[in-house]
Design a protein around this ligand. Structure first.
Ligand code: HEC
Length: 275
């Protein structure tokens, strides 16, 4: 008993000391929560668990699967069949074969259907991990986004469909509705706004859009999972009290186009790590 009690006492003392130090720090530094989170991120930056998702995603990418027993290695993400490096930094974009603008996840589903022979239903099933139900899509997305790490965001509006999609995303960003009459803009179009302790990025500025867009997907410490941008947008639409969008729907691609284009010039740095 004795060692346990003294251990517990030492732990309690250590905690008290930490709390006192934290209290003192809080007096000196306003906004210390954001600082603490930044420090925490830096501390763990050396070993982001998202690397495990990336490695698993690469394996899935290269493994023959589906009725056609084919890998995804010949998937054209916009820079030619099989080119993964830098592809995400140019998405969403117009694809001639599908005659539409696609984001990464729509394109991934397209390749799983056309190359591997899955049905669309099978190719879009289980997009977000739940406990005991890991998502292949999240892993593939972690791998493919990681292939653009260090690449400058460069989303183009050359094709009329790309322009149209961007305009739709912009409209959606400002569209108010739901029980609270909120738009994305209600929470994300002002500098220095926050909900409780969370800083809300101003997604209409270069800096705000770049910082936000280039760091998703992210390993979420609070959830123990790597979450995609689709998941982030789901979460925001929920906070906005909007109906849940269908996975991979065109409205999500339009919002993604708006955010990605606004982030042009920023260096992609995901999958990152977040609260
Ligand atoms: C009710 C307020 C609210 C609304 C409305 C809202 N969001 Fe958010 N958003 C948040 C909060 C809270 C966070 C998390 C901030 C954090 O954890 O640091 C967030 C985070 C984000 C992020 C990630 C920022 C980052 O740096 O990681 C993006 C991108 C985003 N929102 C986009 C949107 C879009 C697009 C819409 C409209 C479809 C929207 N949000 C609507 C509250 C909102």
């Amino acid at each position: 008993m004795k060692p346990i009690r003294s251990l517990a006492r030492r732990a309690a003392l250590a905690l008290a000391a930490t709390a006192a130090a934290a209290g003192a720090a809080a007096v000196h530094a306003q906004g210390s929560t954001a600082d603490e989170i930044a420090k925490y991120r830096q501390m763990l930056a050396e070993g982001n668990p998202a690397e495990l998702w990336e490695a698993a995603g690469e394996e899935l990418w290269k493994k023959p699967a589906g009725p056609k027993n084919a890998s995804l290695e010949q998937c054209d993400l916009g820079k030619g069949p099989g080119v993964t490096k830098g592809a995400y930094a140019e998405l969403p974009r117009y694809f001639k074969d599908a005659n539409k603008v696609m984001d990464l996840e729509q394109r991934l589903a397209w390749c799983r259907v056309t190359l591997q022979g899955l049905t669309k239903e099978e190719a879009t099933r289980n997009p977000f991990s739940a406990s005991g139900k890991p998502s292949d899509i999240e892993r593939l997305v972690a791998y493919l986004t990681g292939e653009s790490r260090g690449v400058k965001m460069n989303v183009q509006l050359n094709h009329p469909e790309e322009k149209r999609t961007y305009a739709l995303g912009q409209k959606m960003f400002f569209y108010r509705g739901g029980a609270y009459d909120f738009a994305c803009a209600t929470c994300h179009a002002v500098d220095g706004q926050r909900i409780r302790l969370q800083d809300l990025p101003n997604l209409l500025t270069d800096k705000g859009a770049q910082a936000a867009y280039t760091t998703w997907p992210a390993y979420r410490v609070s959830q123990g999972e790597v979450r995609s941008m689709q998941h982030r947008l789901y979460d925001c639409l929920r906070q906005q009290r909007f109906p849940e969008p269908a996975y991979g729907s065109d409205v999500i691609t339009a919002l993604t186009m708006f955010l990605a284009k606004n982030a042009n010039g920023g260096t992609y740095d995901g999958p990152a790590m977040k609260r």
